[in-house]
Design a protein around this ligand. Structure first.
Ligand code: GLU
Length: 248
């Protein structure tokens, strides 16, 4: 079982992502990584094999600026536990970053289709198909006149999810929508935390407890757009959901 932490708010994301990942260490992992995006649209992705301390040293040395980001501790299922297979995975242009917990069962056929379209893969994981698919969908939508914003990222992820078979929880950021974070789950845990001016998402409550006691557990096939303005939650059919959060 790996761990996901993701957040968007008004403070630097990297220290909070690392702290959240520390709280998920009990789940076991072989590598870890984070990606952040800052207001200027700089997406930074840092990963390291082994213990979280390796990743935090890299973050200290290289920096990961931005108030929106995703983090992951990986338990390898597809591809060896090496840095190139650690999450986040990115699209070819580096603009979309994804973390995923679970298994994309039909990744091979998706990968073959993307490779026929000229995509060059950087890892052996099942997960890497997702940033490539989301990026292609974003490019189509922007070319068709959709705005470059979080709603378009949400719509792109919603268009890609039906292509994925398996059990997963995932989080996606896009450098062109620096204040937006899209998360989704099917048969893998994911909880949204509603903080003071920040919104988080994690695989389990310990990663949220330091930030907030107000929790919105996601249900199967739900997708959410998190931004500094709040949370939009949708079911698998794209219908907006309104639920009262619970207290930890
Ligand atoms: N299947 C993915 C991988 O091998 C995610 C594994 C996990 O849940 O950590 O990278």
């Amino acid at each position: 079982m790996c761990g996901i932490v993701a957040l968007v708010g008004s403070q630097e994301a990297a220290p909070q992502l690392l702290e959240g990942l520390r709280q998920l260490e009990y789940r076991g992992y072989d590598s870890a990584g984070i990606a952040t995006v800052n207001r200027e649209g700089l997406l930074t992705c840092l990963r390291a094999k082994g213990k979280l301390v390796n990743l935090s040293q890299r973050v200290d040395q290289q920096g990961a600026p931005g108030q929106c980001g995703i983090g992951h501790t990986r338990w390898a299922t597809h591809g060896k536990p090496e840095e190139r297979n650690a999450h986040p995975h990115r699209s070819g242009d580096g603009g979309v970053a994804v973390v995923q917990n679970g298994i994309i069962e039909n990744h091979r056929i998706l990968r073959e289709g993307l490779e026929r379209d000229g995509v060059v893969f950087q890892s052996e994981t099942d997960t890497e198909v997702i940033p490539h698919l989301v990026s292609a969908e974003l490019k189509r939508r922007v070319a068709d006149g959709d705005p470059v914003d979080g709603t378009t990222l949400l719509r792109a992820v919603q268009a890609v999810l039906p292509l994925l078979q398996g059990a997963y929880a995932l989080a996606v950021i896009w450098q062109q929508a620096p204040g937006a974070l899209v998360v989704a789950r099917r048969a893998a845990p994911l909880l949204i935390g509603l903080g003071e001016g920040e919104f988080l998402c994690a695989s389990d409550t310990p990663a949220l407890a330091g930030f907030t006691r107000t929790i919105l557990p996601m249900e199967d096939d739900e997708v959410a757009l998190l931004s500094p303005l709040g949370v939009e939650l949708y079911d698998g059919e794209g219908v907006r959901q309104q639920r009262m959060p619970t207290l930890l």
